[in-house]
Design a protein around this ligand. Structure first.
Ligand code: RIB
Length: 309
């Protein structure tokens, strides 16, 4: 059994499907809305759990209705939430999301209780983290907690995967040495490196500057173009199956949860990339973030019918 620990965020996603955005001072009617569980950390946790990993979550919820619902959501997915703290007098994280007719999204986050996840909370989960096959991190919790978790994972000999999202120019790469994988999307890699990342060649060049700064392996997610894996001495591009997207929000998290699950199960990076691009492609054919993620059997059915995977 693969055991994945996520040290990260949870949010309540408030998703509005728009036909166009209002101008300043204008009101525009939007056709539909949904509220569902999200947050980059929780999304990655749910993707890995759907595929069959045992998942531990280390995080914080607020002392409000969204916090209680989030704990119930973890329980429903079989995710171990013993290390999810409830922060008194603090709201849970929320994410207003706007999705355009082609499926492209814009996301705001209000981190709420996620901002209270401290290095000490991670240290308290040390025994459980030591048992994990991988630790997944994102940047919706404080940077000091991210750095402390990387250091703990390295000390414990557990591979750490960091998804540097949302993008932050102040991320200190020198405090990430020992990471197993850095997994940015194109815009995150562009901000981190101050280089253009609009083509596969540019993504490889930018990833090489991250590697020169001491990170062993970079996986760049390229949306409909799949993913690119770069190390000091190798580069692998894995294309994505063609699908018609209805909502791309949470696709990067679907990719990372799936990649981590398959990588720790097989230690085969290329096979894990193939599975992950297919899992993410399938997710964009449905609305929402976690609620768009396939179960193991749904994903097996998608693989049978998809072309190019
Ligand atoms: O990556 C998608 C996620 O980003 C959403 O679920 C939202 O909550 C924000 O964290």
């Amino acid at each position: 059994m693969t055991r994945i620990a996520v040290v990260g965020s949870n949010m309540m996603d408030l998703v509005t499907y728009v036909t166009r955005f209002p101008e300043l001072g204008e009101t525009v009617e939007a056709p539909s809305f949904l509220m569902a569980h999200g947050g980059k950390g929780a999304n990655q946790a749910v993707a890995a759990a759907h595929l069959g990993s045992e998942v531990l979550f280390v995080g914080k919820v607020g002392s409000d209705a969204f916090g209680a619902l989030t704990l119930e959501n973890f329980r429903r997915h079989g995710i171990d939430a013993r290390h999810v703290g409830v922060v008194a007098d603090t709201p849970s994280g929320v994410a207003p999301i706007f999705v355009e007719p082609g499926g492209e999204n814009r996301i705001l986050i209000v981190t709420g209780a996620n901002a209270m996840l401290a290095p000490g909370d991670v240290e308290r989960a040390r025994a459980e983290l030591a048992e994990a096959s991988a630790i997944l991190l994102q940047l919706e919790v404080p940077l000091e907690t991210v750095y402390a978790t990387v250091a703990l994972g390295v000390a414990l000999g557990v591979p750490v995967f960091l998804n540097p999202a949302p993008a932050r120019a102040d991320l200190d790469l020198s405090r990430l040495r020992g990471l197993a994988f850095l997994l940015p999307n194109q815009s995150e890699l562009a901000l981190l490196t101050d280089k253009p990342v609009t083509t596969i060649a540019e993504a490889e060049a930018a990833a090489r500057t991250v590697i020169a700064a001491g990170i062993a392996a970079v996986v760049v997610t390229l949306g409909a173009d799949g993913a690119l894996y770069v190390t000091a001495d190798s580069v692998v591009h894995v294309p994505a199956p063609r699908v018609t997207p209805v909502d791309t929000s949470g696709a990067g998290d679907a990719f990372i949860g799936s990649f981590a699950h398959h990588y720790v199960a097989t230690r085969d990076v290329t096979a894990a990339l193939r599975s992950a691009v297919a899992y993410a492609a399938d997710s964009v054919t449905r609305r929402g973030t976690q609620i768009s993620y396939a179960t193991r059997s749904e994903f097996d059915a998608f693989l049978l019918t998809s072309k190019g995977s």
